[in-house]
Ligand binder design. Structure first.
Ligand code: TYM
Length: 327
């Protein structure tokens, strides 16, 4: 029996190379080793204001991009969170087992709450409970994510353990799986901030569908420092981030990369990085074009994915409801 993998992506903004290098491409690469479920988490998207028409389009775009990256609907279940209503129902039950104090500790909530102040929704506060439901519904063993989601997976383990202590073995305790390189890609304009789809600045992120010219222009303008040497030095976040991006695209080790750029300037390195990123993204951009050329293809794959996910989710939710004494 293969171990179960579950992971999700939130259809807001654009998918950027942070998502891709930190998470999505690992999902694709791991497919043969695990029993996989991948989800476009639209209910998480509405924890912040969304334009309805844009959101609907993005859900399909994100699913199409995941397929273009290599998620194969024959080997993995790919579906949309709101198509399987058990996610919301389990999240409600879990709410009743998560102390407020655990939620207040979530750094992602604290950061967003600081930006949004009185606009913060209850949904945003409750985000980790829905994420725990996503993971626990499918008896997930492994959750491949970037560094920023680690705390949410730990909370998932904690609530699973708490429930199991009260009602007996019910949930599997999931483990986060975080890559050694690329787990935290930083913004190009500000390398002290995580690359994020919700940042407005044009030079912040490289998106997966960016044209070669856009990629070149964003990388050439990326913030570095006034030094010269091209070294993996964490105290120089701009160049360190660009080198990490180079490394995740090429798979080369630190020494190889440093010696390749010895004696060269930032501009030479940035030009080389732009070409590596353009070539790295080209195959998935071409596959995406093919996929979206066939009307209805993505919708039909998502419908089939939900049909496969639903029975698994129904079974788990029924077990939980019975243990709690509902109905
Ligand atoms: P989301 O949509 O923000 O990001 C999707 C995945 O991309 C990773 N990621 C990054 N990795 C490296 N560097 C970055 N700058 C970067 N930005 C994003 C994220 O860690 C994530 O793995 N809450 C989740 C979605 C979710 C989920 C789940 C994930 C909902 N339910 C259940 C796993 C299991 C999120 O918003 O990811």
């Amino acid at each position: 029996m293969k171990k179960r993998v579950f992971s999700g992506i939130k259809p807001t903004g654009d998918i950027h190379i942070g998502n891709y290098l930190g998470a999505n491409r690992h999902w694709a690469a791991m497919q043969d080793d695990y029993d996989n479920i991948f989800c476009v988490v639209d209910l998480h998207a509405i924890t912040e204001p969304q334009d309805p028409a844009l959101l609907k389009g993005r859900i399909r775009e994100f699913a199409g991009l995941l397929m273009a990256i290599g998620i194969d609907p024959e080997r993995s279940i790919l579906f949309v969170q709101s198509h399987v209503h058990e996610h919301s129902e389990l999240a409600w039950i879990l709410n009743c087992f998560i102390p407020m104090g655990w939620m207040y500790r979530m750094t992602q909530f604290k950061e967003k709450a600081e930006q949004q102040r009185e606009q913060v929704s209850v949904g945003l506060f409750d985000y980790p409970s829905l994420m725990a439901a996503d993971i626990l519904l499918y008896r997930t063993d492994v959750v491949p994510v970037g560094e920023d989601q680690k705390q949410h997976v730990e909370l998932t383990r904690d609530v699973a353990q708490r429930f199991n202590n009260i009602y007996g073995e019910t949930f599997v305790l999931p483990e986060p799986l975080i890559p050694d390189v690329g787990a935290r890609i930083m913004g190009l304009d500000d390398p002290t901030k995580k690359m994020s789809g919700s940042e407005e600045g044009a030079g912040h992120a490289i998106n997966l569908l960016d044209s070669p010219d856009m990629i070149r222009s964003k990388i050439m303008k990326a913030t570095t420092d006034s030094k010269r040497d091209i070294l993996f030095d964490e105290s120089r976040p701009g160049i360190f981030n660009l080198l990490s991006i180079y490394q995740t695209f090429t798979g080369e080790d630190n020494k190889q990369i440093e010696s390749r750029f010895e004696g060269k300037g930032y501009s030479d390195f940035k030009k080389a990085l732009a070409e590596v990123a353009i070539e790295g993204l080209r195959p998935l951009q071409e596959r995406y074009k093919e996929l979206t050329g066939e009307p209805g293809r993505i919708d039909s794959i998502l419908a089939k994915g939900a049909e496969k996910a639903r029975p698994l989710a129904e079974k788990m939710l029924a077990e939980v409801q019975k243990k709690v004494g509902l109905g």
